[in-house]
Design a protein around this ligand. Structure first.
Ligand SMILES: [Zn+2]
Ligand SMILES: [Zn+2]
Length: 371
């Protein structure tokens, strides 16, 4: 079967004839790939910054954002059957018996850093016709989400990020709304999403359904397509080019939560200066490593202490985050069917892989359709 892969030792991106995988154990599931999303991680692997093939192979199949249809299940699989839709997760546990998180199925907190990742690190990804996976790493998708479930994996970033925020903010009495009125746990709180890419806009949707007042703070001046989506779902889009962090902070009032989805350190630390009292700042972006940059270190440190601020990094994701992402995609689809669908700005055949992975980044979320 045809797959999209990289050969890091020759720095090549190519269509690869990869053997169709077969079920070899009772708890495995064979899945026909339907759609694979492309993101910055895939594009970075194509610059050969990272991306490691499995032991014994000189190539790595790409793709970690995926929805597929079950075609065959192992003899021990009871929870899935042929025809079911599934989304696979990405990270796989390390082998160290002493790694507590991995032994409890929380490899997102792996302590040895010897985890592997499908499509990224020592395991083939999903950018091919079929894949085989352990049932434990698959989350069931209801049929009505077939066209949007490819966004589940990027949404897990927000799911885990917000789950972390709730845990951290338990330190602040009354921070979480009691929600007896159904207005959401975030009711009365203000959240800022930094960045308006797919991770940012999905995060904005998540924060809105939790009841937060939401601002999306991103570079491009209005009018633009991403700003239109942000405003249409009930967030307020502000361009960071038109309004610097200080004026933005004035406009918004106390910023209770920032969800960073931009992956650029200078804008991230610039906005950190206006995080509010008892605020939490969730970092999800992974910038390319460059030289040192100036930051307002004294005011940041004063604020972090005097305003009880918490700065939290989060990498996706837990099995629960995948379950939550699928459930919330259903909620998004009910509330904002047009806007949710509009996040997928391009559906392409496998022949477009080179342009998508190495050409100019365009649109919001691009996917390759396999079936
Ligand atoms: Zn991704
Ligand atoms: Zn581990």
């Amino acid at each position: 079967m045809k797959g999209v892969g990289v050969v890091p030792k020759d720095q090549r991106l190519l269509l690869i004839d990869h053997p169709e995988p077969m079920i070899t154990g009772p708890t495995e599931v064979k899945v026909r790939t339907l759609q694979v999303g492309i993101c910055g991680t895939d594009r970075e692997i194509c610059t050969f910054a990272y991306g490691q093939p499995p032991a014994g192979d000189d190539y790595l199949l790409l793709g970690h954002e995926c929805v597929g249809e079950v075609v065959e299940v192992g003899t021990g699989v009871k929870s899935l059957k042929k025809g079911d839709l599934v989304v696979p997760s990405v990270r796989r546990p390390c082998g160290d018996p002493k790694c507590g998180p991995c032994r409890e199925g929380r490899q997102d907190f792996c302590e040895t850093w010897n985890f592997t990742e499908r499509g990224i690190n020592q395991r083939h990804g999903y950018m091919a016709g079929y894949f085989v996976e352990e049932v434990a790493y698959l989350t069931t998708v209801p049929p009505e989400l077939r066209d949007v479930a490819v966004m589940a994996e990027p949404l897990t970033v927000a799911e885990k990020g917000l789950a972390q925020a709730w845990q951290v903010q338990h330190r602040v009495p009354g921070w979480e709304h009691h929600n007896r009125d159904g207005k959401g746990r975030g009711h009365g709180r203000t959240a800022v999403v930094l960045g308006a890419g797919p991770i940012g806009l999905l995060g904005a949707m998540k924060l809105l359904i939790e009841g937060f007042r939401v601002f999306v703070y991103s570079r491009s001046p209005k009018p633009n397509f991403k700003a239109e989506i942000a405003d249409a779902i009930g967030a307020t889009y502000i361009s960071s080019v038109k309004m610097g962090p200080d004026d933005f902070g004035q406009l918004v009032g106390n910023i209770d939560l920032v969800y960073e989805a931009v992956g650029e350190a200078h804008v991230t630390f610039d906005l950190m200066r206006v995080l509010g009292i008892n605020g939490v700042y969730i970092l999800t972006g992974i910038p390319a490593v460059q030289g040192p940059i100036p930051v307002y270190a004294d005011s940041l440190m004063r604020n972090i202490v005097l305003k009880n601020q918490a700065i939290v990094g989060t990498v996706n994701a837990s099995p629960q985050a995948f379950i939550d992402a699928i459930r919330d995609l259903g909620e998004f689809k009910k509330r904002w069917p047009k806007e949710l669908a509009a996040l997928i700005t391009g559906r392409h055949s496998i022949d477009a892989h080179r342009e998508l992975l190495t050409g100019k980044a365009q649109g919001i979320k691009n996917v390759i359709e396999f079936a």
